[in-house]
Every structure is written in C-alpha cells, then in structure tokens.
Design a protein. Structure first.
Length: 553
RNA sequence: GCGCCCGUAGCUCAGCUGGAUAGAGCAACGGACUUCUAAUCCGUAGGUCGCACGUUCGAAUCGUGCCGGGCGCACCA
C-alpha cells in the first residue's frame, strides 16, 4: 500500500518537478506516531530544498498544492519545518475493503516469484532421536518465516539437512545393534557414549521381529551396525516427519549429507576452494583460510588421518546451495551453534557471494514451565520433553502460537498451564474467538434475515462512519506493509501481535455495536461487509501461521 | 580469558536505524450479560527501562566499563 501511494505521489510530482527523479530513492514515506499528524508524512521538501534553491517550507507548500487534488487524499498539509502530512480519503479506505473482499487470500500478497528464489533451511535435527522443544521452536519460526516470505513475493524452498554421514549415525547404529543383541543376551555390551533413550529399544524390537535372521547372518559386525544405523535413521526420520507434520511443518527438499560424499560434491567444493587459494597444508591436515573473512582461526577441513571434518560437508552443502542460484539463503540454527557461524560465513564468502547472502537466525533456548516450576525431564520417558509430548498435551495451535510469539533472540518460557487454559488467559483462543464470532454472526444473518454474507454482495460503505469502524479499516490497510516489514527484518513473531491487534479491534467493535438490524438493512450490509473483510484478513494471517480458522467455539 | 544472546510493571513480553506523558497480556482491584457466543468488553492500580560513566538539545534506544542469567570457544558432529 505504502509503495503504491509513494509511487502515486512521485508520478504526480514528476509532472511538475522533473528534479524529483534525482532524489527518488531517498524519499521516505512514514506513518507518523501521532494519528493527528495524518496517515503518512514525507520528507520530499527537505530533499528538494537544495536542488531547487528554496526553503523546505516554501517547497512543501507548493508540493502540497499539487497533491491536494488527488483522490487518494482527503487532506494534504504542511507541518512544522517542511514535513508534508497526508490524510487518506474515505474513498481510498473503502477501496481497500473492496480489495480485501475481491482478492481474498491474495490481499496484499505480492505475486509469488516476482522477488526471486530463496532458501530457508531449518530444524535439520540429527536423525538420531526424537525432536525436542528447541527443534519445535525452530520449526515453527522457519515455517512462519517461509510463509511470510512467500506472501512477500519470494519463491520459497524449504529445506531440511539430514546429518546422516558422521559419527552420530555410527553411534546410532552401535546403540541399536547393542539393544538388538541384548534382547537375547541381556549382558551384551552397550557403548558408553551410545544413545540411551528408550526409543532405541523400540527400534531394536522392531528389527528383532522383522530382520532378525538377516542381521544375524551378516558376516561382520560392522555390516550389521551399518544396517542398524540405516534402519534406525529411516525410522527416526519418519518419526521426525510425522512430528513436523503434526504442527503443519513441511519441507520441499530433504538434503542428505551422505549424498554429498557419494556424489563427489565434497571433493568438488574442496577443489573450488583450492582454486581460490583458500587452502593450505599443515601438520598433515588440510586447512581453510577462514581468517581471511574474519574468523578467529583457520579451520581444518581434512584431518591428518585423511577423513573429512563435518565442516567439509557443510562447505560442500552450501556450495551446492550457492550453485542453485538463490537470491539469499536463511539458516535457522540453535543458539548453541553461534560459534560456528564465522567459519561457515568465511567459506561462503569465498564463493564470491554478497555480504549477507547467508543469513543465520539463532533460536534461543526454550524452557518449559508447569505449575510454576521448570520441567526438564519427561515423566514418561525420563528424557527431555519431546515436541510430540508437548503437542499432545496442549495442541497444535497453542504450540505454534507460543513458539512463534517471541523474538527468536530471546529465551522462551513456555507455560503449559497457560497454553492449556481455554480462557482469556490464553491468547490463542482470543484470536480464534474473533474468527468464530464473525462466523457466528454470519450464521445468524442467514437465520434471522435470510441473508447469506458468504455469498457475494455489495454495500454502501460510506455508512461505516464510526471511529472504531474507521480504525479497523485503517488497520487492515496497513497490514500488508507490516507483513513485508516483518519478513524483511526476519521477525516472524510480529505476525502474532498484528493478529492480536486486529482481534482486539474486532472484539471491541463487537461489544459496542449491533451488526444485525432488520430495521436498517443498508447499515447491516455495510457492517457485514466490514466483518467479512476482517475475517478475510484473519484467515490470511492464520494461514501464514498455520493456525486453524475455527468457525465455532 | 575471548566471543554471541538476553536483563523494561509481581509474571510473560513489545518498544531498540535516538525524539515529546515507556506500551500490551496475565495476575490484583472495580464495573458491564433479558443482546449477533461474557473464551468478550470498559476502567483502576502497578515501572530508578540491571548499574555507572560518556556522546547528544534530547538515550530504554548509540558507545565504553561493570553486574546478573544463558550459550559457545576441537584435526566432534
């Protein structure tokens, strides 16, 4: 909206003042904090002052005269110093409402792909155990951020990197194998640093039932361990996918680390770095000069025993992403990985990408509270609370809402008691209730007035002249810009407050005004039209978040 | 020791590209249901913006130094 208005202003001014094109980029259009100062204000007059050799106030006066004839504005005035304040006309706002109704889910949405293709990688949990709360938070943030970017016109590729090549997987195999053997020989040695969780036993049991003969007939233990590793990995990956699906999180690409090695991609990346002069040998190992781009020290990419470090795979992985031609890529990591960022960034910089091509968001810790106490372990399994347990306990929508609600940079306290409350204490219900209430009004309209707002209808929107009605329309028209801003700043949590604010306005409206009035059908239609627009925007917001638009509560 | 994140009302958090009386929700207190769902609405009260110094006409916001909490500093992944 803002961009459209800005373009309108620039177009108009260019007709009179050609010099405008010189300063076009620097023209700002801000929403003043004080509503009395109008809907927008601009600094054009300051920018033109020098070129036109006149005072900002003089220019502002002239400019405001030129613009005051436009339909978009009801008033254009010059404020102190030379700021020009605009007041949008009622006609403009009515147009926005019609746009919401007409475009439905596409209101404010920028055509997908018009801004280029980006990649968002998130969760990427090791397939060696169930998802925990931190993964859940990353999943929700990644999902909401993806949808936000999609709304803003980007083509999104959502990616999960499967760490299926290193020691962790080997450990998984050893653990599963040991549990498998223990079924018949309880004293069979279990590796010290193996995975102790109960779920390993479940996998072993399943293997015992289905693949017992096959495993026991294998020639070497290594083969058996590898078989177990593979089986366990697939088993756990399926569970991970299930868990993610339960909160509506999906991926377009499941990228295997193993794939990198099997297809020589690690060697490709290494020879690429070599050509760029990024590598050298020392103490029998191969090092990357990550210090060139600001890392603390250079890093080993190939150990003296000839094997690659994890870093090597990761470089190859990002080299692969680089070759796929994204505008930029976003990685969402747990905060405990922040120390890893400088070295990866250095490696990526050596590909020749722009400074912030690789953006990394760090997700801070999640702490779970119940009855005022921090809960660390699950009573059921004796392990850390899993995402699955949380979803089972409080439901998908609450999980999404709470995980998405805070800035990823801050620690999150998740209070189960609040999430479980089906009352005013729980903001999830608050926003869903707004949607449900509108649906309810529509049902009543059909019942009492034999009028179905679900069908297309017209209304005289000039009847919407109450302050609350105007403020709702104004808020709705600002929402697309707020969403663009949230995406640009990588702050998906903003959508939560945007949604909440809209719900607040609606509930206030609901309480203060009667919508269905058989004696004043014209007004009734106008108000139902507004309600339909509110509901339309709520649905867009819910869709981005992945929260259900509940029709009855 | 070095680095990253956080420290705002009793609790959970917004605000942080500097700007006028620091905002919400919950909890507390007081009101509003013969009404389209009260899972709602209206109001009251509650704050040395961790501390100190500095930059500035002006700092919760920028800088420096402390303090407190979390995390990280491998030829691990």
């Amino acid at each position: 909206m803002k961009q459209k208005i800005k373009q309108q202003i620039i177009q108009k001014l260019k007709q009179y003042i050609p010099e405008v094109s010189q300063i076009e980029d620097r023209i700002s259009l801000e929403i003043p904090k004080d509503e009395k100062l109008g809907d927008f204000s601009t600094n054009v007059a300051f920018l033109l002052a020098r070129t036109l050799k006149s005072s900002p106030v003089e220019i502002a006066k002239k400019v405001s005269e030129m613009l005051s004839g436009m339909d978009t504005f009801s008033k254009v005035e010059v404020a102190g110093g030379g700021f020009i304040n605009f007041f949008l006309s009622d006609g403009y706002y009515r147009g926005v409402l019609q746009e919401v109704i007409r475009e439905k889910d596409d209101f404010g949405r920028i055509k997908e792909g018009s801004k280029g293709k980006i990649n968002i990688e998130y969760v990427s949990a090791n397939p060696t155990g169930p998802l925990h709360l931190g993964h859940g938070r990353g999943a929700v943030i990644g999902k909401v951020l993806s949808e936000l970017y999609r709304y803003c016109g980007y083509k999104i590729e959502r990616e999960f990197y499967i760490n299926d090549a290193g020691n962790q997987i080997k450990k998984l195999g050893q653990s599963v194998y040991a549990r498998f053997r223990q079924i018949e020989e309880p004293d069979y040695h279990f590796p010290e640093d193996g995975y102790h969780g109960e779920y390993i036993k479940d996998i072993a049991k399943e293997l015992f039932l289905t693949e017992k003969e096959k495993i026991l007939s294998m020639l070497s233990e290594d083969d058996a361990v590898e078989f177990c590793a593979n089986y366990g990995k697939n088993y756990l990956l399926d569970r991970i996918k299930e868990d993610l699906r339960s909160i509506g999180v999906e991926f377009d690409i499941w990228f295997s680390e193993k794939h990198l090695y099997e297809h020589g991609k690690v060697d490709d990346a290494i020879s690429f770095l070599k050509d760029r002069g990024m590598l050298y040998e020392k103490d029998g190992a191969l090092w990357v000069r990550t210090t060139i781009y600001g890392d603390d020290k250079d890093r080993v990419i190939k150990k003296s025993d000839g094997s690659y470090t994890y870093f090597a795979g990761d470089i190859a992985y990002h080299y692969d992403k680089y070759k796929r031609g994204y505008e930029f890529v976003i990685n969402i990591w747990g905060a405990d990985h922040h120390g890893y960022f400088p070295r990866l960034k250095s490696a990526v910089m050596s590909f020749g990408v722009p400074e912030n091509w690789l953006k990394v968001m760090f997700i801070q810790l999640v702490k779970l509270f119940k009855e005022g106490q921090e809960v660390k372990m699950s009573k059921r399994s004796g392990e850390f609370i899993t995402l699955r347990e949380l979803v089972e306990e409080v439901g998908k929508d609450a999980v999404i809402y709470f995980f998405a609600s805070k800035d990823s940079d801050t620690h999150l306290n998740f209070d189960i008691d609040v999430a479980l409350q089906k009352s005013n204490e729980n903001p999830v219900f608050y926003v869903q209730y707004a949607h449900a209430r509108i649906c309810s009004v529509f049902r009543e309209a059909l019942e009492r007035l034999s009028f179905n707002p679900e069908e297309n209808f017209q209304a005289d929107l000039s009847l919407l002249n109450q302050d609350i009605e105007k403020s709702i329309v104004k808020y709705i028209s600002a929402i697309p810009d707020m969403l663009y801003d949230a995406a640009e700043k990588n702050q998906p949590n903003k959508i939560i407050s945007i949604t909440y604010e809209l719900a607040v306005r609606f509930h206030r409206y609901y309480y203060g005004y009667k919508f269905l009035d058989p004696d004043n059908l014209e007004l009734t239609y106008a108000r139902l039209y507004l309600l339909k627009a509110i509901r339309g925007v709520l649905r867009i917001l819910f869709k981005i978040m992945g929260i259900a638009p509940v029709e009855r509560m």
